[in-house]
Design a protein. Structure first.
Length: 361
């Protein structure tokens, strides 16, 4: 039986695990709560199974989607958006995290890293993990305030890749810095060796400012190849429509990001700005250098926790109601002068500016 044949069974099993309630009594192995946990008698070894399931449903009132919508359109009325299952382990100063997504056909393996706690304020990790750029990107999908990540984060933030990462806490400062094999092992636009880091300053208990960035080089396919691939970033709207196609790029790719969050009682305000620049050396029609491609985006959100009751054991909050509003924009252009014909081709010298703006509630 192939992995594809097993997927429905695995999804059903994961759904049952995610929807079940806390165990009524602890069994001899120690699995007495949700998520299932096990601890050795001495407490030095701890294991925890994790997982969550997200199902999306959408309707097209008075409008039928022609064909299958293509690869970049969400035309299906139902979709298994996420089907995560994982394992977390702790032993003495070592920690392990494994997570896979059964619904992601392009990237089944998400996290696979081994960590070492050197002290209360310093940890090292090695393996496959998120490249540390953008506060929203580093927030797990279970803890997002909105169903989907914002457009700037989806387009500009890096992905997961193999590397080493150091995490440090110095008073009110949290720092992450690492070296990775690329900026997204499953991404078609993956760069080469990438250095990335993020610094967060807790100004007050409910007020945080953050800055992050990454840098790496992209090596274009040789123009003599039969079908060279454009390796620039792409822009997709909230519906999945691709409004900005990939361009031919070669050279340094740089990301910069700023973020802030402020808690005012039951209301949380958050904002983030991301900027990307990638060179296009030798990517013109005559193998000449082109102005660098630019991608800029921002998001601003407000979330009001109307109800947030006490939790039952280790389960979710008993009564929870949140109202959220988010405005975001993503824009692509080039860093050169706005002169001559503005085109949308993948080797255009003057890239026609293209953008998308979304209001989510």
């Amino acid at each position: 039986m192939s992995a594809r044949d097993l997927r429905p069974l695995l999804l059903a099993t994961l759904g049952g695990l995610c929807l079940c309630g806390p165990a009524r009594a602890a069994d001899p192995a120690g699995f007495g709560a949700w998520p299932p946990r096990w601890s050795s008698p001495s407490g030095s070894l701890k294991l925890e199974l994790t997982g969550h399931l997200q199902l999306d449903a959408r309707a097209f009132d008075g409008w039928s989607v022609a064909g299958d919508g293509g690869d970049s359109l969400r035309a299906d009325e139902t979709e298994v958006r996420r089907a995560r299952v994982g394992l977390e382990a702790r032993w003495e100063r070592l920690e392990l995290e494994l997570e896979a997504d059964l619904a992601d056909a392009e990237e089944h393996l998400k996290d696979a890293w081994l960590g070492w706690r050197l002290g209360r304020g310093l940890r090292l990790r090695a393996g496959r993990m998120k490249v540390p750029v953008s506060h929203e990107w580093l927030t797990g999908s279970k803890r997002l305030d909105f169903v989907e990540r914002s457009l700037p984060v989806s387009a500009i933030a890096p992905g997961r890749d193999w590397g080493v990462l150091a995490l440090a806490r110095l008073g009110r400062l949290d720092a992450q810095a690492g070296v990775f094999a690329g900026d997204g092992a499953a991404d078609a636009s993956r760069s080469g060796t990438t250095v990335a880091g993020r610094l967060a300053w807790r100004v007050a208990r409910d007020f945080e400012l953050g800055a992050s960035g990454s840098g790496g080089d992209v090596a274009a396919d040789l123009p003599t190849q039969a079908d060279p691939r454009p390796l620039g970033l792409a822009g997709d709207s909230a519906s999945g429509y691709r409004f900005f196609g990939r361009k031919f790029v070669d050279g340094h790719r740089r990301r910069l990001g700023l973020d802030a969050s402020l808690g005012l009682g039951p209301v949380t305000l958050a904002g983030e700005v991301l900027d990307l620049r990638e060179e296009r050396r030798g990517q013109g029609a005559l193998l000449d250098d082109l102005p660098a491609e630019r991608a800029r985006g921002w998001s601003a959100s407000a979330v009001w926790r109307v109800l947030h009751g006490p939790s039952q054991g280790n389960g979710p909050a008993a009564r929870t109601l949140e109202l959220g509003l988010r405005l975001e924009q993503l824009r692509f252009d080039d860093a050169g002068p706005d002169a001559g014909f503005a085109g949308v081709g993948n080797r255009a010298r003057n890239i026609r500016p293209q953008s998308a703006r979304v209001l989510t509630s």
